[in-house]
Every structure is written in structure tokens, then in C-alpha cells.
Design a protein around this ligand. Structure first.
Ligand code: 5GP
Length: 378
């Protein structure tokens, strides 16, 4: 019954989805596609090959709008493990109509990275078809990584997960008559954590991570990981560093993106060490928006510099960390922090997301203050 309320946010499994493309609009898109294809086909009778499961609704509406002779058949792509562990073999099941000499139009529900499309092209390569065209209802240009031709695109969409109209989330949602888009910002808690040196940011991040099931993304750690493991992005970052240049924000954002995609079950993220500039904060907002996410709050551990300097000097005596033993170096770190963070504080204050947290007290006292602020975010 939930599905009748087309303007309502719906829940499927653990995720929330918001209405994105109305049923009527989908029909208009398909009608336009069908007449474009019909025009190109002229007098020939095409064979539509619909790739199940996702394309079943699209295929049935498409042929309903197709006003000339045509045939339709349904296939499935099955993938199984090949002989070598890294090998994945994709096979077409159910193509029981001879396709040799035919004008084939593949009907796809959605093209994302293009991996599936690549398999389709490979499979049809030796089938001696007269022509092969690809028609996809939805296409994500930002996710597409191939150079393969797509002849007809119903609607390009941002790189966000959609369900409905044949498309599923873990098998549910295919029966929805309209398209919904994943809205992560409803169920997630995404935080930016600022903290002066010595304010206990690391300790508090570890606590918050456990309490709220968040993934802590420290940009410093992320850089070290990528560089150490010589990942593509790590090598790219290193190449800038070798030239003495700053690593462009774009590279850091891509590392963040990977980390976010590696943690699809996270209930939120704590960003630590990023953003450091307004440009980075804006880039982070844009990137999160493209994933249906946003920053819910910025928490800054505030403390009087003199108290923290004394704390760090004490810590330096015990730990032997040289950067915690030299008062003038510590003062420089504070000057740098204050200079860098001040514009960001303004940026987040304007968005109504800034929360200064008194960072003086016991660890427990500070975690209680942070938790109260997080609990009040929603
Ligand atoms: P590709 O191989 O192009 O990366 O992905 C194609 C397949 O991934 C689609 O046929 C579909 O099964 C799945 N897919 C990609 N993006 C989405 C999406 O936003 N929603 C759903 N439900 N499935 C998607």
C-alpha cells in the first residue's frame, strides 16, 4: 500500500528512497525512444532483445509504444566463476531465436559502468547480426567507463542508485510504477570533525565511530594507505608530491569516494582532516550531493590554546614525541590551525551546521557533549 503514495519517501530493506521520475514521465521518455528507433528501422522488422530482469517493464512498455512490425525476445545474462579465480565468465541464456542477419536492438534498463554492455557486445560479436543497436532507458554518464556506443538513451541520470519500474534493491522495488532515488541523508549521520592539536580528536573519533556505527575517514591515513599500497590514486598523488606540487582536491575527493563506496553499510562517516579550505568544503558538498548524501554537522573541539599547549608539553615529556616538546613549534601548529579553520567555521556556521564543543574536561565529559550534539542533529 505504501507504493500508492507517489510523493512519499519509501523504505526498502534498510534504505530510504525519494520519488525521482513519475510514471507518466517514464512513459513519455519511452514513447520518444520508440519513435526514434522506429524511424531508424524504416521498413525492417527489428528483433528487440530485452535483458532480464531489470528491463522487463521497460521492454513491455517500449513495444507497446512501437508502432511498426517487430519481434521481441527475453534473455538473461548469467555470470559464473571461470577456471581461474579472477576470471568471470558471462553468458547469455535464452536466446532461442536465430539472430543471424537480423537488426537487433538490445533493450537495457540502465547502463552504469558499462561492464554489462561490454559483455553484450562481446556476446553478439560473432553472431553475424546485420546490425546491433543499444537502447537503454537510463544512463549514468558519470559512472560510465567504456568507450562503447549507446544508440538510444532515454534519460541520463546522476550517479545515484535508483529503484522502481523493474529496477530492484536486493530484489525488492521492481513493482514500483515510478522511479525512486536513494536518499542517504535521511538515515545517515555524516560529520566533519575539527580539533586543535591536543584536543583529543583521535580518541573522540574512535568513540563516536563505535557508538554511531560510523566510518572514520582520516584523509592523512587515506593518503598514506593509497601511497603505501601504490594504488592508482596513490601513484597519482605521489606524482604531484614528487614535483613539489599540492595534490589537487579532485584526487583527494576520489579517494574519499572510494572509501565511501567501500563501506556501503556504514550509517555515516566522520571526515577528519578534510576539508581544510572553503574550496574543499564546497567540493565535498557537491560530491556528497551527487551520492544523495550531505554533511549533517561539523563538530569542533574547542579549547583554550594555553591549556592545550601545557597539555601537549606534558604529553611530549611522557611520549618523547619531539613535535610535542618544542613550545614554539606547538604554537606554530596552533596559529596554522586557527588560520586554516577560521574560514571553514564561518562556512559551516552559514549552513547552520557548526557546533563548537567545549574540549576541556575528562574524556567522558567531552564524549557526552559530542554525543548530545549528534543526537540533536536529527
Ligand atoms: P553496469 O554493468 O553498466 O555497471 O551495470 C548495469 C547493471 O547494474 C544494471 O543492469 C543493473 O542491474 C545494475 N544497476 C546499475 N545501476 C543501478 C541503479 O541505480 N539501480 C539499480 N536498481 N540497479 C542498477
Amino acid at each position: 500500500m505504501l507504493y500508492l503514495f507517489s510523493m512519499e519517501i519509501i523504505k526498502i530493506h534498510d534504505k530510504s528512497f525519494e520519488p525521482y521520475i513519475e510514471a507518466e514521465q517514464i512513459q513519455q521518455i519511452i514513447q520518444r525512444m520508440a519513435s526514434e528507433v522506429a524511424k531508424d528501422m524504416e521498413d525492417t522488422c527489428p528483433l528487440f532483445v530485452s535483458v532480464l530482469n531489470g528491463a522487463f517493464m521497460f521492454a513491455s512498455d517500449f513495444v507497446r509504444h512501437y508502432k511498426a512490425d517487430c519481434e521481441i525476445t527475453f534473455v538473461k545474462l548469467a555470470s559464473y566463476q571461470g577456471m581461474q579465480s579472477t576470471e568471470k565468465v558471462v553468458e547469455l541464456i535464452g536466446l532461442d531465436i536465430p539472430v543471424e542477419g537480423r537488426d537487433v536492438v538490445v533493450l537495457e534498463d540502465i547502463i552504469d559502468t558499462g561492464n554489462t554492455l561490454e559483455e553484450i557486445y562481446r556476446i553478439f560479436h560473432d553472431k553475424k547480426v546485420k546490425s546491433l543497436r543499444i537502447a537503454t532507458l537510463f544512463f549514468k554518464p558519470d559512472a560510465y567507463k567504456k568507450d562503447l556506443k549507446i544508440d538510444y538513451v532515454g534519460q541520463p541520470i546522476p550517479n545515484r542508485f535508483i529503484v522502481g519500474y523493474g529496477l530492484d534493491y536486493d530484489e525488492l522495488g521492481r513493482n514500483l510504477p515510478q522511479i525512486y532515488q536513494l536518499n542517504n541523508s535521511i538515515t545517515m549521520t555524516n560529520l566533519v570533525l575539527f580539533g586543535k592539536p591536543g584536543a583529543g580528536k583521535g580518541t573522540q573519533a574512535a568513540f563516536l565511530k563505535d557508538k554511531y556505527n560510523l566510518v572514520h575517514i582520516s584523509t592523512g591515513d587515506l593518503f598514506r594507505f593509497n601511497i603505501k599500497n601504490e594504488t592508482k590514486l596513490g601513484k597519482l598523488a605521489q606524482s604531484y608530491m614528487d614535483k613539489g606540487d599540492l595534490v589537487p582536491d579532485e584526487v583527494t575527493i576520489q579517494m574519499l569516494q572510494q572509501e565511501i563506496e567501500n563501506n556501503p553499510k556504514a550509517e555515516g562517516f566522520i571526515f577528519d582532516g578534510f576539508p581544510r579550505t572553503i574550496a574543499q568544503a564546497e567540493a565535498l558538498d557537491d560530491f556528497l550531493a551527487s551520492k544523495g548524501m550531505k554533511i549533517h554537522g561539523t563538530l569542533a573541539l574547542e579549547a583554550n590554546d594555553e591549556i592545550l599547549i601545557q597539555r601537549l608539553l606534558e604529553r611530549g615529556k611522557v611520549s618523547g614525541r619531539t613535535d610535542d616538546q618544542d613550545e614554539s613549534k606547538i604554537r606554530n601548529r596552533f596559529v596554522e590551525y586557527n588560520e586554516k579553520t577560521a574560514p571553514l567555521i564561518e562556512f559551516y556556521k552559514k549552513q547552520g551546521k557548526y557546533h563548537g564543543i567545549d574540549g576541556i574536561g575528562t574524556i567522558e565529559e567531552i564524549t557526552t557533549r559530542l554525543s548530545n550534539a549528534i543526537d540533536n542533529l536529527k
